[in-house]
Design a protein around this ligand. Structure first.
Ligand code: OGA
Ligand code: MN
Length: 212
């Protein structure tokens, strides 16, 4: 079972408490990262599905907002389980120090084909969702600046870009779900990631994301 170093946990917890987000390059052990990268590349096209967005029942409307295809991680897979266990250790550590009351964690693989995007959105509408903390882990070996596909993180009011994240292999961004509008720019090659959410104890949000 993989462990997270105390110094790393402290760094994450301090950043979340002080400014609401952090970008990390060293959280996932190399062996697990390799397994996750291999797994996402090998997900076959039948298991990857467009994600549902709340209220937007027409697929056409969905694809105007987001174009990625997703597959939920599942504890019966060894690799998924190792990642979910690592995130659960993070959940416990966060709860012990900043009392966010995180109850569980759900996560899906996401595949963006060249040209796919996710327009500016928030992962949790204030008071309307049980998503508290969002995570995105990138699984792209040899990603170059020319490949684009950056994640833009905006200030609370959505006016200023406060962080531009290149989706390099092993980079993980963690941010408060209600606080940061964000968007995924179109990439020039296939872009792989795992998006996840620490949640409060309430009904599942698995099938419905808040609409923008
Ligand atoms: C999401 C999301 C960001 C990214 O899935 O909600 O915002 O960089 N993903 O993939
Ligand atoms: Mn999002």
């Amino acid at each position: 079972m993989y462990k997270l170093k105390h110094t790393l946990l402290d760094e994450i917890i301090n950043a979340i408490a002080n400014r609401g987000y952090i970008v990390l390059n060293n959280i996932i052990p190399d062996k697990l990262l390799t397994e996750l990268t291999t797994r996402v590349k090998n997900l076959d096209s039948h298991t990857l599905k467009p994600a549902a967005i709340g209220r937007a029942d027409s697929q056409q409307l969905n694809t105007a907002i987001r174009r990625d295809k997703i597959n939920w991680l599942d504890n019966t897979n060894r690799t998924d389980k190792a990642f979910l266990q690592l995130m659960d250790a993070l959940r416990t550590a966060i709860n012990q120090s900043i009392y966010l009351g995180l109850f569980d964690y759900e996560a899906h693989y996401a595949v963006y084909q060249p040209g796919d995007f996710y327009k500016k959105h928030i992962d949790a509408l204030k008071g309307k969702s049980n998503r508290v903390l969002s995570t995105v882990l990138y699984l792209n070996e040899q990603w170059q600046d020319k490949d684009a596909g950056e994640l833009l993180l905006y200030s609370d009011d959505g006016k200023n870009i406060i962080e531009t994240v290149t989706p390099h292999n092993g980079t993980m961004v963690i941010f408060l779900s209600e606080q940061f509008p964000h968007e995924v720019l179109a990439a020039r090659k296939t872009r792989y990631s795992i998006a996840g959410w620490f949640r409060l104890n309430a009904s599942s949000s698995k099938t419905i994301d808040p609409a923008v």
